[in-house]
Design a protein around this ligand. Structure first.
Ligand SMILES: Nc1ncnc2c1ncn2[C@@H]1O[C@H](COP(=O)(O)OP(=O)(O)OP(=O)(O)O)[C@@H](O)[C@H]1O
Ligand SMILES: [Mg+2]
Length: 445
């Protein structure tokens, strides 16, 4: 199960739930206030009704010619009666009643003022020195329904509010996180060739410590790498002169000696010194490749450079090298010295690790795709994945230190080029193939 939490999801859900809960609390509070205020209004209406009916009822009762007993007020038009009333004597005897009244709801003896039962609210008033009472009853259900309707009306906007708030929060967070995604991409783009400070305009303030920490780390990394590169470059450079002078002295010794054994030993030492010299040259190349950007100010045609290097090798490798280049120029910003180092390393490898007497094909298309293909044993995939690292070798039979492909990779990544290594070579059952597109163009306008 993933333990990662989506900020967008968490904030979206919790803010929406928060809004719903607050709204419900608001509706409940509004319902309570509405009930309180409505009760006031209903009570006042109840009292007013009693005060209005009482004088009319008294006049009607006093004008009766004889005691005609309880009478029901005539209904002028069919309607539901919300307010019902009884006009009674203090003894409880009914003198007049509204047409829908249920007398059993009222207390046996009339009372003045407000009173409640479980279902009704009453208001009583008296006239003619307390000899005639009127009581008006109102069902409580009527009041409850009014409060409920008001509260429900307040709940309806919530149905709209939930999707709107979910969408709003989602959109807002997405908008705010856009800058964070830019920050992530900017950090991701950094590599050995680019360790410049990360900067994203209008980044949320909360991410400033992260940017500061990343820049701090990049600065330390830059200093460490610079120290490492300058150490490698300086050591390789310093080794050149003593190595050259040791070789010269050894050759003088070989020329002078008549002793066959000394000559053989001197040859072995010479071999070791040459390996050491090659290693120091390669280390210098690697330090340069890793330190620079491998791009030139202006673009150059790389075809003549490739032709020259290959013909140079053709003299040494007695016609094994096949060159296939376009007639049109292949212009690139790739530095010509860097390109020469890159192609030399690839050809060296093909000559050294490829099958002897088998042709080596070097091809460049007009689109700039450069391929160096040789026959030979397949490099196992797990090794192939590692050979571009420094000092990693798959073939231990040939001489070498495992730096060639690291140099090629450093030049390629310094120029923003992708290097692909394949074994077996494409379309074949064995061999090795190195492929890269050497056309680099200016990306800024
Ligand atoms: N053209 C090739 N054909 C077969 N194997 C290759 C080829 N190029 C590279 N490899 C394998 O990749 C390994 C690494 O190559 P890399 O050029 O880095 O080192 P190297 O050639 O062994 O030594 P160096 O280049 O430092 O003299 C080699 O040891 C070899 O096993
Ligand atoms: Mg090599």
């Amino acid at each position: 199960m993933s333990t990662k939490v989506s900020l967008q999801r968490t904030l979206g859900l919790s803010l929406t739930i928060g809004i719903i809960v607050l709204w419900l609390l608001g509706v409940a509070a509004a319902g309570l206030v509405a009930r309180y205020k409505m009760n006031d209004v209903f009570d006042s209406a109840l009292e007013e009704t009693a005060q209005r009916i009482l004088p009319l009822a008294v006049t009607e009762i006093l004008n009766r010619e004889n005691d005609t007993g309880p009478q029901r007020a005539p209904m002028l038009k069919a309607h539901d009666e919300y307010l019902t009333y009884l006009v009674r004597k203090p003894s409880g005897e009914i003198l007049l009643q509204s047409h829908d009244v249920e007398p059993e709801l009222f207390s046996p003896l009339p009372r003045e003022g407000f009173s409640d039962t479980a279902t009704h609210r009453f208001y009583g008033a008296s006239a003619v020195s307390g000899t005639i009472y009127i009581e008006v009853a109102e069902p409580l259900a009527h009041r409850r329904a009014a409060v409920l309707e008001t509260s429900l009306a307040l709940l309806i906007p919530l149905l709209l509010l939930i999707p709107v708030s979910l969408l709003g929060v989602w959109w807002l967070i997405r908008r705010s996180l856009r800058r964070v995604v830019m920050l992530q991409q900017s950090i991701e783009a950094r590599g050995g060739g680019d360790l410049s400070s990360v900067y994203v305009a209008r980044l949320p303030q909360e991410f400033e410590p992260v940017v500061n920490a990343v820049n701090h780390l990049l600065e330390r990394l830059r200093r460490t790498l610079e120290a490492e590169r300058s150490f490698t470059a300086n050591s390789a450079h310093e080794l050149r002169t003593p190595l050259a002078s040791a070789l010269a002295k050894l050759q003088r010794l070989q020329a002078k000696t008549q002793d066959e054994q000394v000559r053989v030993q001197a040859e072995e030492i010479e071999g070791s010194l040459r390996t050491l010299a090659r290693l120091s040259e390669k280390l210098l190349e690697l330090a340069k490749a890793e330190g620079g950007s491998a791009l030139a100010e202006n673009d150059t045609d790389l075809v003549p450079i490739l032709r020259m290097i290959v013909s140079d090798y053709q003299h040494k490798a007695s016609g094994h090298l096949k060159l296939d280049v376009p007639d049109t120029p292949v212009m690139s910003l790739l530095d010509s010295d860097a390109f020469a180092i890159l192609i030399r390393n690839l050809i060296d490898n093909a000559l050294k690790h490829g099958a002897r007497q088998q042709p080596i094909t070097i091809s460049l298309t007009d689109k700039g795709v450069l391929r160096v293909v040789n026959a030979g044993e397949v490099v196992p995939p797990e090794k192939l994945a590692l050979v571009r690292r420094r000092f990693v070798r798959s073939d231990t039979k040939s001489l070498g230190s495992g730096i060639g492909l690291a140099i090629v990779d450093a030049i390629a990544s310094g120029a923003g080029i992708e290097l692909s290594l394949r074994s077996p070579a494409s379309g074949q059952r064995d061999g090795f193939e190195a492929e890269l597109n050497i056309v680099v163009t200016r990306t800024d306008s």
